[in-house]
Design a protein around this ligand. Structure first.
Ligand SMILES: *Cc1c(COP(=O)(O)O)cnc(C)c1O
Length: 354
């Protein structure tokens, strides 16, 4: 006799993390390449002295510091074990039956369909537009009386595209006010396009908008797992109810607090990433590759059927990138020499793939 598990588990796609190989350059997980800030490491070392105690479940010190930094009330702020945990918790607070629907663009963050299914709800993927950006009109048309949650990933992972403030504002005006709209802004710190919206401004006048941000990308803390949400107190309270107790651990809280204290230095580093992003995009365009317009710390090449082959050949050349089925490949912006290694590979195969 085998134990009885949920019948729908076999239909669950597994989250595929970026692969790594010894000595290979890893441009597959949108991580920061800069080594940890010494003040962050100091805070981690100090917090290690107290790990016999449970962490503060409400992460009060971090919540207050974040609220102060963002100019919001602490009641508007909730932390999570990475913003991916908050994604799952958002579905848990909005969906209660398999008929309840979660609308998101596709392709977008590959965790969305997974956490939707894990929570027992139904995902409604809405194809991107030909320029690989969100089709907000089609997402609006996908709304029905079963819709409970809409995820807008801006910039979109894996394509890097952004929606404009005007388009998003019209979209939010048209969405029924009893449907929660989540703006996932994991890459907000890399955005330089003045037409791209800042969720923190939008949530202030719209109680059905919640913004997700993370310490994993620009703050360089992917390994320690802290994300946060900004929204109306009722939504924040609901998220706290389903929060897995103590899942933002004491060392993570201390590290995030320290990272926030040195944020000017950490955020300054995003300028180097942005400069490299522009350089890599231009070089790939010159080689004849189709390149999506990106505002994140990665570039996306819609190579269609050739995507998996291109990524395999890149790995063989020592640079690991991320293929997305028959849609495209995503290349994280790394240090200049790492980007050069990828560009050199891309040059050698441009006749075949560009
Ligand atoms: C990386 C990423 C996150 C953040 O994940 P964490 O759990 O905070 O590490 C969230 N959303 C998107 C779209 C991402 O790409």
């Amino acid at each position: 006799m085998t134990v009885r598990l949920r019948g729908d588990l076999s239909s669950l796609p597994s989250y595929i993390p970026g692969v790594s190989r010894p000595n290979a350059i890893k441009l597959a997980s949108n991580e920061s390449t800069a080594s940890s800030h010494s003040k962050v490491v100091d805070a981690i070392t100090q917090a290690a002295q107290g790990i016999n105690r449970y962490p503060d479940n409400g992460a009060a010190a971090l919540t207050d510091a974040l609220a102060d930094f963002l100019g919001v009330d602490p009641a508007n702020l909730v932390t999570g074990c990475g913003s991916v945990a908050l994604c799952q918790e958002l579905i848990q607070i909005t969906c209660e039956s398999p008929e309840d629907e979660v609308v998101f663009a596709w392709r977008s963050f590959e965790a969305y369909p997974i956490v939707t299914k894990v929570a027992g709800a139904t995902g409604v993927p809405v194809p991107l537009r030909p320029d690989h950006s969100h089709d907000l009109g089609a997402m609006l048309a996908a709304i029905n009386d079963r819709t409970r949650l809409i995820l807008v990933c801006n910039p979109n992972n894996p394509t890097g595209t952004v929606v404009t403030t005007e388009d998003l504002t019209h979209f939010l005006d048209a969405v029924p006010s009893d449907i929660l709209v989540v703006l996932d802004e994991a890459y907000a710190e890399y955005v330089r396009d003045p037409d791209s919206p800042n969720g923190i401004e939008l949530f202030r006048t719209r109680p059905n908008v919640l913004v997700l941000r993370t310490f994993s990308k620009a703050y360089g803390l992917a390994g320690i797992r802290v994300g946060y949400g900004i929204g109306a107190p009722e939504i924040v309270d609901a998220l706290r109810k389903v929060h897995l107790p103590f899942s933002v651990n004491a060392i993570a809280q201390a590290a995030a607090l320290a990272a926030l204290e040195v944020r000017d230095e950490l955020l300054e580093r995003t300028n180097d990433v942005v400069a490299e992003r522009e350089r890599v995009s231009a070089a790939l365009t010159d080689m004849g590759y189709p390149v999506a317009a990106t505002q994140a710390n990665f570039v996306y090449l819609p190579l269609g059927e050739a995507s998996v082959d291109f990524a395999r050949r890149s790995a063989e050349a020592g640079v690991i990138i991320r293929p997305y089925g028959t849609d495209g490949v995503r290349i994280t912006i790394g240090d200049p020499h790492e980007n050069d290694a990828f560009l050199s590979f891309a040059t050698t195969v441009s006749r075949e793939f560009a």
